[in-house]
Ligand binder design. Sequence first.
Ligand code: ATP
Ligand code: MG
Length: 550
Amino acid sequence: MAEGESKNFIEEIIENDLEKGVVKEVVTRFPPEPNGYLHLGHAKAICLNFGLAEEYGGKCNLRFDDTNPLKEDASYVDAIKKDIEWLGFSWDKEVYGSDYFDYMYECAEALIKKGLAFVDDLTAEQMREYRGTLTEPGKESPYRERSVEENLDLFRRMRAGEFEDGEKILRAKIDMSSPNLNMRDPAVFRVVKSPHHRTGDKWAIYPMYDFAHPLEDAFEGVTHSVCTMEFEDHRPLYDWVVQNCDCKNVPRQYEFARLNLSNTVMSKRYLKKLVDEGVVSGWDDPRMPTLSGVRRRGYTPEAIRDFCERIGVAKAVSEVDVRLLEHCVREDLNAHAPRVMAVLRPLKLTIENYPDNETEMLTAEDLPGGESRHGVPFSKHLYIERDDFMEERPNNKYFRLYVGGEVRLKNAYIIKCERAVKDADGNVAEVVCSYDKTTKSGGENSGKKVKGTLHWVDANTAVRAQVRLFDYLFLEQEDGSYVTNENSMVVLDPVLLEPHIKTAKKGDRFQFMRQGYFAIDPVDSTGDKLVFNQIVSLKDSFAKQVLKGN
Ligand code: ATP
Ligand code: MG
């Protein structure tokens, strides 16, 4: 964060802690559960946790919260690491919740010995009934007063695999009449007879999140454990665990508002369903709000970090307009993406007074006003955008091409449309033009003014490619729920590009002049055929309407 900008509430807490000597070094962690791919919401938590460590010269661990063997998988671990590195962060230690199962088990035995945990035989359904509600206190389990010896014996037998899933559970003994439901004898360890992606068959019992998380933080010396607001009510339990397990390091939990984006669903469970049902091509489908999806689409990590910086960190939950993210992407690409000409819906254009069999090399700036340039071939046979031509001028605000009208071809000449040639169905198949040789861009007479400038490509040297245009993957219904947008992708094939594009590599990003920003799809492009994903359109309605308040 730049000097002089206001601090968020977590930065204020940290600065106060450092000043008072409560902590010497800031240690944070980013704790994904390896049960899916990271999404844009995670980017906020990543920027926050890694950003705080960077800002205060501390450390941030990457911790895989893998305490639920039923949903987790090693394949997600690699994808998560790749995404964090792509965002531009590096972690101090790579750790796994499962690394601490032995310690956690010992902590649980210690709680039993202190009379602070007991083995319960109630079924899940009975436990729910006994739990009470927000307005009614809960009822104590009939198994709550088992002796320490009996509890230890049963817990050890749980570990040994003598009981089936749900048959027994270890619970903390706290307070069934607490107004906070999380404190009503919460579960600590449960039986799950399922192999784990790291510990294999070693365990038949697994710790619950609310028990595991504070212990992991404490074991690692985390000082500031930041999580989303849903965990605010869990904080008393977090503190209870740290205190009663006699942890040497005392981490503190702080909650911030999760990122919600308009037109976007960010729940791994929901996104996994789209993948499993084949609604999208995979977790990295360019329409997905996953980090792998937006990376493939062409978003830059710089733009995502800029976005996270701009939305800030606060406690009030709100929805951020997805157009702010697009604005950040557009701003970054506008500064860095080379310009090329691409004709998405080609219409043949012939310059009748241009010499046959001649091709001249014109030059084009890679970036407006920049030094670097590339060559663009020009000849008698060109293509322009079908949308850039109408036989008759519809009104006096129309500055594109029409019969009798003049336009400049970008980086080339001013041309005049002489006539349109139609096919058997009466559709315009070709426009025939004449050019004025003296109007070459950058030449003596290039000062001649016409209102419209069109992009174009040379027919002989054009490169054929596929372009995918995207709309939002999710449509919000009146009741606030989402359905998937069946028209979220339009494929244009073939589109025509200037030959300069042959030097591009997978993943490269371009501005197609007058069209938008596009990136070469790294998965579907082949040596013979490039496939482009639309990253974002050129038009920035958000900057106009929201940022400038018009
Ligand atoms: P989901 O609900 O999408 O499955 P999750 O919270 O279960 O997400 P985790 O892997 O447990 O996913 O999350 C890792 C970290 O990322 C947690 O600290 C969590 O609070 C944070 N996080 C998840 N979603 C968001 C979000 N939308 N905004 C900010 N932080 C988030
Ligand atoms: Mg989760």
